[in-house]
Design a protein around this ligand. Structure first.
Ligand SMILES: Cc1cc2nc3c(=O)[nH]c(=O)nc-3n(C[C@H](O)[C@H](O)[C@H](O)COP(=O)(O)OP(=O)(O)OC[C@H]3O[C@@H](n4cnc5c(N)ncnc54)[C@H](O)[C@@H]3O)c2cc1C
Length: 391
């Protein structure tokens, strides 16, 4: 049956733009829609771990992020209570630095690459409903543009990359396999003049704080604590933020004090965590829409870049052989779950703040092993057409 496009992708940030780009590079007709006027910033710090940097390199986009002035991060300080562990980023998987591009920059580069690959993108366009038949199979979306008019577009597949509060997931009633309630309230702001020798992630009982160097000579300074203590922040944000940095350590507080805050605080009172079934007849979920973990592990963007490729490969296979669509999408789910389950549970445990410094250190070691396995997996993927050229 003919359709207006092959794939509609709902959401045009890291998961959506990447999935759309990869599918368009395979020759599919892709329409991507985002209710926001992109490019724009979003509430998120933006440390990329090795797997995220690796994906950008595999897709030929790493140079664009570096050339835009994103500083390479060659060291990570992990603080556990009074202890400081310095880690040098060694050359592995062809990567010898990490990075933290501002979201407005990273999301723009991914979206531009999608559009260059042939994706048709419409910003300020909200998906309000799905076109579904009586059995629940999805055949397209209804979207509302800036003029308020609601229009249909039909597609062989709809990919929901619409984030933690995914409308797509709600409309298909995606089943949730694992979940936890919000526990970690995080705030951050950008500072000029903070001395930073790479990433600093500090875990002191009751507080997770740190420093993330980014573009324009700025550092993102963040601090999180149990959600139940959020009220203190509302009374005097500046004082409470300093208080949290101080709990992190006097060295962290003085690093913060050396700088000057140049933006308001932003943050979240806490995010739910979940792993959902990411597919059904005519639909798939990718990024936070299908799998959200607490940001304490700084891994949501890297996961979105990883899963964009797993999802795009599965959707590509489903479009090529609709009789085995279910097999391809099921394999996507299984692979994503295998790669994500440790990260999900370690993030949830850290976000609960029920740990001492020793336990936090052990959990971060598991996270580090998980990223190593994930990178090995990504490097083992077979080449996929012209997509995976190395920058
Ligand atoms: C405080 C905080 C700090 C974080 N820090 C880090 C970090 O340091 N490192 C890291 O890797 N991750 C971090 N994360 C997690 C990271 O932000 C997410 O995992 C990542 O943004 C997920 O990308 P996504 O593309 O799936 O979703 P999103 O970035 O949320 O994008 C979803 C898009 O869908 C659009 N959309 C939603 N509904 C509709 C609709 N109905 N119609 C059309 N469009 C729609 C939205 O406008 C949005 O643009 C942090 C998150 C938070 C909140």
């Amino acid at each position: 049956m003919s359709r207006d496009v092959d794939v509609v992708v709902v959401g045009g940030r890291v998961a959506g733009a990447s999935t759309a780009m990869l599918l368009a590079r395979q020759g599919h007709r892709v329409l991507a829609l985002d209710r926001a006027a992109l490019p724009s910033d979003t509430v998120s710090t933006h440390a990329l771990l090795r797997s995220g940097v690796l994906q950008l390199r595999r897709w030929g986009l790493l140079d664009r992020v570096v050339d835009a002035g994103t500083p390479p991060v060659r060291a990570v300080t992990l603080g556990f209570g009074d202890q400081r562990v310095s880690i040098e980023i060694r050359l592995e998987n062809g990567i010898d630095f990490l990075m933290a591009p501002r979201r407005v920059l990273l999301d723009r580069i991914l979206l531009d690459a999608a559009i260059d690959s042939g994706v048709v993108f419409r910003g300020s366009t909200r998906v309000v409903d799905l076109i579904q038949d009586r059995r629940g199979s999805v055949h397209g979306v209804l979207f509302e543009g800036e003029d308020g008019a609601v229009e249909p577009v039909t597609a062989h597949m709809v990919v929901g990359a619409d984030g933690v509060w995914s409308r797509t997931a709600a409309l298909v009633e995606a089943v949730t396999h694992k979940s936890h309630r919000p526990t970690n309230a995080v705030h951050y702001a950008y500072y000029r003049g903070v001395p930073a020798d790479g990433f600093w992630f500090q875990f002191t009982p009751g507080v997770n704080a740190g420093i993330i160097p980014t573009n324009d000579g700025l550092c993102c300074v963040f601090a999180g604590r149990e959600r139940s203590r959020l009220a203190d922040f509302k009374v005097d944000p500046e004082a409470e933020f300093e208080h949290l940095l101080g709990i992190g350590g006097s060295d962290l507080l003085s690093a913060g004090r050396e700088g000057r805050r140049v933006t308001p605080f932003r943050g979240t009172p806490g995010l739910p965590g979940f792993i959902r079934r990411p597919w059904g007849k005519g639909w798939a979920l990718v990024g936070d829409a299908g799998y959200t973990k607490d940001p304490i592990s700084a891994h949501g963007i890297s996961d979105a870049l990883r899963d964009a490729e797993l999802c795009a490969r599965a959707v590509d296979a489903a479009l090529a052989d609709p009789r085995d669509a279910e097999g391809a999408l099921r394999a996507y789910e299984e692979q994503r779950n295998t790669l994500s389950s440790r990260m999900f549970s370690e993030s949830a445990a850290l976000a609960s703040y029920r740990w001492d410094a020793e336990e936090a250190s052990a959990r971060m070691r598991v996270i580090s092993d998980t990223v190593r396995d994930e990178c090995a997996f990504l490097e083992s993927l077979p080449a996929w057409g012209p997509v995976l050229s190395v920058a």
